[in-house]
Design a protein around this ligand. Structure first.
Ligand code: F6R
Length: 605
């Protein structure tokens, strides 16, 4: 949360900062600001509530050139959405931007007698004052003193009035990546801001201070000894971070799913079986465990729920899924015989990271499924399987969900094989079934007009219900989340058999019910549940396989997916559910890619 960018180099800093903030806007978009050294080496500060476009307009009047500056796009935590609360914050000689939460800012305010001096309501401004208190010309010593006093999480980028051309960065939990490129030195909260300049970067290690100047980057620890950065390379390119002719990132990312699945599955196939040799994930990880415990948030957690529904009956061992923010404060029943699977697109979600650390502290072996290379969760986990979806920019997750599922399905298959629940033939036909889901997804993407038409009814209602049984129930959870977050329609997902234990009271005439019925073994039960809601006047949107037998008139709208193996219907179904949410958002004239109150990558609790 909150996007951070810093630049020092020969190019026009303002332009680089504003472009970087546009790339990072998905991390928070309630206000934005930049600060830079002008030609007289004075620091200029411009900040505005609203999106980066508002800041860009304000900066258009600024004629001074600059070669060093910092920029921030905010997702409010402490203090409302006001110009004063926007970053950067200034105190004396210090100008800084911050991502994270300073938990002891109340006590620091008292200790440093800041009452009456603060212009904003933010914890970040308190940090600026504390740093200024310690600053007497030596940035390293002052930053070290600040870090000794602050509690919480942070990614700071700092400039000092009397050190033109220099930017200092330091972090704890909150991400910061940096790179020295032909265009100068860059630091950012997120790789997407660096991609236009380089693919080689390093993650700023916790406990180190990074210093950027126009001609170099140096890294040192808090004892001021130099540290060699560990350079990582990413295979993303600029195209993957652009809309490329699509009206929204979300629609583009829905279209990218078949390709993302191929990139995630094909390099991990050998002799018709899943093979994780190149990921350095040993089979012993799968044979030695007695249970699996997954932890994740939001969409990633829903991927875990779907995988659980598949894995437990297949592997015949306990498989559970926890909401990471709950798991981290529990005393979970896990031990050294547990395989903890941690799922995260960004690899930075703070609750998921805490769940990983907790699982490790209980002795569990940890396997992370992560999209962003070098992210904290990827680095801290014992083993990692990267999903190769490329950058996901739309706040609502789409392609990350599909590739997380693909990775989990491959784990399930390999595990079933090495634990002798699958013969070689069964494992190989499972994998073929997974690959068959790709053209099925492509078919649904081609038929996207169907969802465009069906939302006309949906968007006239405040509530909608999703229901399914077994795997279909797990898919419903994600369908409801997608609809809620970008169309603001209240949506609930129900295991279809549970509806009549209370919720059916809400089914009034015309209420939209999206019923998913792709699982053969519970199909007739599911159809009975659809009849029950239809009998109460619901407007039924029914999703089944191509050749499912359904009474005419049962559904108001019936969408059929290709006849693929029941275990893999999630992939074409996910496309339909994502498109329903997408077109509902468009139909209501909402901001699809940046829905209200949300931000990508939740790095605060
Ligand atoms: C919903 C969505 C969120 C994320 C969740 C976890 O569309 O994107 O629910 O799935 O915040 O994020 P990661 O996967 O980055 O840990």
């Amino acid at each position: 949360m909150c996007g951070i960018i810093g630049y020092s180099g020969p190019l026009e800093a303002k332009k680089i900062l504003l472009e970087g903030l546009s790339q990072l806007e998905y991390r928070g978009y309630d206000s934005a600001g930049i600060a830079y050294f002008d030609t007289a080496s004075d620091i200029r500060l411009i900040k505005r509530t609203g999106k980066v476009s508002v800041l860009k307009e304000a900066c258009a009047q600024e004629k001074t050139t600059s070669h060093c500056g910092i920029g921030h796009t905010r997702w409010a935590t402490h203090g409302g959405v006001t110009d004063a609360n926007a970053h950067p914050h200034r105190a004396g000689k210090v100008t800084l931007i911050h991502n994270g939460i300073i938990e002891n800012y109340h006590s620091l305010t008292k200790e440093f007698s800041l009452e009456g001096k603060l212009i904003s309501q933010t914890d970040s401004e308190v940090a600026a004052h504390v740093l200024n208190h310690f600053y007497s010309g030596d940035p390293g010593t002052a930053i070290k003193s600040l870090l000794e006093r602050v509690e919480g999480t942070y990614g700071f980028c700092i400039m000092f009035d009397d050190r033109p051309g220099e930017i200092y960065g330091v972090r704890k939990v909150s991400p910061l990546v940096a790179a020295y490129t032909r265009s100068g030195a860059l630091i950012a909260s997120d790789l997407t801001a660096l991609i236009p300049y380089t693919r080689k970067y390093f993650v700023v290690p916790e406990g180190c201070i990074v210093k950027l100047t126009g001609y170099k980057i140096s890294l040192f620890d808090t004892g001021f000894s130099p540290v060699t950065p560990e350079i990582t390379e990413v295979n993303w390119n600029m195209d993957s971070a652009m809309k490329n002719g699509f009206p929204h990132f979300m629609l583009k990312e829905i279209h990218e799913q078949p390709e993302a699945l191929k990139n995630t599955i094909l390099p991990r196939m050998s002799k018709g079986l899943p093979d994780f040799t190149d990921d350095a994930v040993p089979d012993s990880l799968f044979t030695d465990c007695r249970s699996i415990h997954m932890a994740a948030c939001g969409t990633a957690m829903h991927a875990g729920m779907a995988a659980r529904a598949l894995m437990e009956p297949l592997l015949r061992i306990p498989v559970s899924v926890s909401i990471a923010s709950e798991f981290r404060y529990e005393d979970p029943l896990i031990d050294e015989h547990t395989l903890a699977v941690i799922i995260s697109q960004s690899g930075e979600t703070i609750d998921t990271l805490a769940a990983l650390r907790l699982a490790k502290s209980y002795g569990a072996k940890t396997l992370a499924i992560v999209n962003v290379k070098g992210s904290t969760i990827a680095r801290e986990s014992d083993f990692v399987l990267y999903t190769h979806a490329g950058p996901e920019i739309a706040v609502a997750s789409t392609k990350a969900y599909s590739v997380q599922l693909a990775a989990l399905y491959m784990i399930a298959c390999r595990m079933a094989f090495v634990r002798e629940k699958f013969t070689r033939h069964q494992a190989s036909s499972f994998l073929t079934g997974l690959l068959d889901a790709i053209p099925a997804m492509e078919a649904m993407i081609r038929r996207k007009e169907e969802e465009k038409n069906l939302v006309t009814h949906l968007i006239q209602h405040r509530d909608a219900f999703f229901m399914g049984r077994g795997l279909d129930y797990a898919f419903s959870l994600e369908g409801a989340l997608k609809l809620k977050e970008i169309s603001y329609i209240h949506a609930e997902a129900y295991a279809a058999g549970e509806l009549k234990h209370g919720t059916i009271a809400l089914i009034a005439p015309e209420v939209p019910v999206i019923a998913i019925a792709t699982q053969e073994h519970v199909f007739s039960k599911m159809i009975s549940n659809v009849r029950e809601v239809k009998a109460r006047g619901a407007f039924v949107i029914l999703l089944t396989k191509e050749h499912a037998q359904v009474d005419p008139g049962l559904a108001d709208i019936h969408i059929r997916i290709p006849d693929i193996d029941d275990r893999f219907t999630v992939f074409p179904i996910a496309v339909i559910l994502q498109l329903i949410a997408y077109y509902a958002s468009i139909g209501k004239n909402l901001d699809v890619d940046q829905p209200r109150n949300l931000a990508k990558s939740v790095t605060v609790e």
